[in-house]
Design a protein around this ligand. Structure first.
Ligand code: NDP
Length: 329
């Protein structure tokens, strides 16, 4: 038996989530069984704990789009009992049962061995949000950001999971980091993570009026999308890049093409779900080396399985700060 957050659907189509004891034989198919130690809360988890947002294929369902733990049994040559592993993506927690249980079963190719120096707790303090932030940093690096340049890298949705981890990594790598937040009370939190400048959300929230503004940022990690992303494109320095990660502010992109044509600005799409294995490994190794663990500790909000329905609702309203760490024990 193992404990899990089970989401069930009533005959009238309403979903409700509760912590239940489940038999091991209810675990889905897969070649590696993992004793889950930690999971976390992402925007998609908020949807899957609640009405599903079209992501969940079958009920009853165990959400949790990421987890870290220890291999309990394995039918795959790459893993043996006792190995520490982390899982993000592959539609786990949506189309497949996820990490909100003390046990999970996965295909071996979805797992990544934990890099040296990173615990399962730290891996889930990072979670999909932090992993995606690292992918965004790597994409900007591949497109020429340079810590010796005077212009900052802009991070939008900065108090959230992606934004907090991106800020801490960029600052540690020596970049000046400008953080956009709609919560001025979080300014000290962001400065402690390494922000050198705080930008009020309303200063970049307005729809594009002039397609080109003064060149302010050498790059941007954008967790917000919508009018803010469109606006930021016109503020990027010549040849700079924006890594588009999220849609906390909307899925539309009411932008002009002028920044692409006259300033050679690059818009880089970042997907964490289907990332090839080698890139996943590289990103987790970079997290272990480039994310200061004391900064990560400052982002953590501890939680248990029982807290998940409340936290799921909060993340959908943009009210979560930093990273929620769910101890499933
Ligand atoms: P969080 O909810 O933790 O953070 C989002 C932040 O965006 C909030 O903390 C808030 O920051 C800001 N925000 C919220 N609502 C608005 C709004 N209406 N307008 C402007 N800013 C807003 O989410 P995550 O950091 O975990 O994820 C961020 C986004 O990235 C989500 O859309 C998520 O779905 C997406 N994502 C994409 C992935 C991928 O593979 N591409 C992987 C992981 C996440 P503040 O209060 O500081 O302004």
């Amino acid at each position: 038996m193992f404990k899990a957050l089970l989401v069930e659907k009533d005959d009238d189509g309403k979903t409700h989530a509760s912590v239940q004891e489940l038999d091991d034989d209810r675990l889905p198919e897969g070649d590696v069984t993992v004793a889950v130690e930690y999971s976390t809360v992402n925007y998609k988890d908020g949807l899957c704990i609640g009405p599903g947002g079209g992501l969940v294929r079958n009920y009853p369902h165990v959400p949790g789009i990421d987890y870290a733990g220890t291999v309990e049994s394995s039918e795959h040559e790459c893993y043996k009992p006792g190995d520490k592993v982390v899982l993000t993506g592959w539609r786990v927690g949506e189309a497949h049962w996820g990490g909100y249980g003390q046990k999970a079963r996965a295909k071996a190719e979805w797992l990544v061995p934990l890099p040296e120096g990173l615990s399962t707790k730290q891996a889930m303090a990072v979670g999909t949000a932090g992993f995606t932030a690292m992918l965004a940093v790597m994409a900007l690096e591949d497109h020429g950001i340079d810590p010796d340049r005077p212009e900052p890298v802009l991070v939008t949705g900065a108090s959230g999971g992606v934004g907090s981890v991106a800020t801490a990594i960029l600052a540690n790598l020596g970049y000046k980091v400008a953080c956009v937040t709609g919560r001025p009370d979080n300014a000290d939190y962001l400065k402690d993570l390494g922000a050198t400048q705080i930008v009020a959300r309303e200063d970049v929230a307005e729809t594009v009026k002039r397609p080109l503004e003064s060149e302010q940022w050498q790059g941007c990690i954008d967790a917000v999308g919508g009018p803010m992303l469109a606006r930021v494109l016109g503020q990027i320095c010549y040849g700079g890049s924006v890594a588009a990660v999220g849609l906390a502010g909307g899925a539309d992109l009411p932008a002009k093409v002028i920044p692409f044509l006259l300033r050679g600005v690059n818009l880089l799409g970042i997907d964490s779900v289907m990332q090839p294995y080698d890139n996943r490994l590289r990103a987790w190794q970079r997290i272990a080396s480039d994310l200061p663990m004391d900064k990560l500790e400052a982002m953590i909000q501890p939680a248990t399985l029982q807290d998940l329905p409340r936290l799921g609702a909060e993340i959908l309203k943009g009210q979560v700060k930093g990273r929620v760490l769910v101890d499933v024990a």
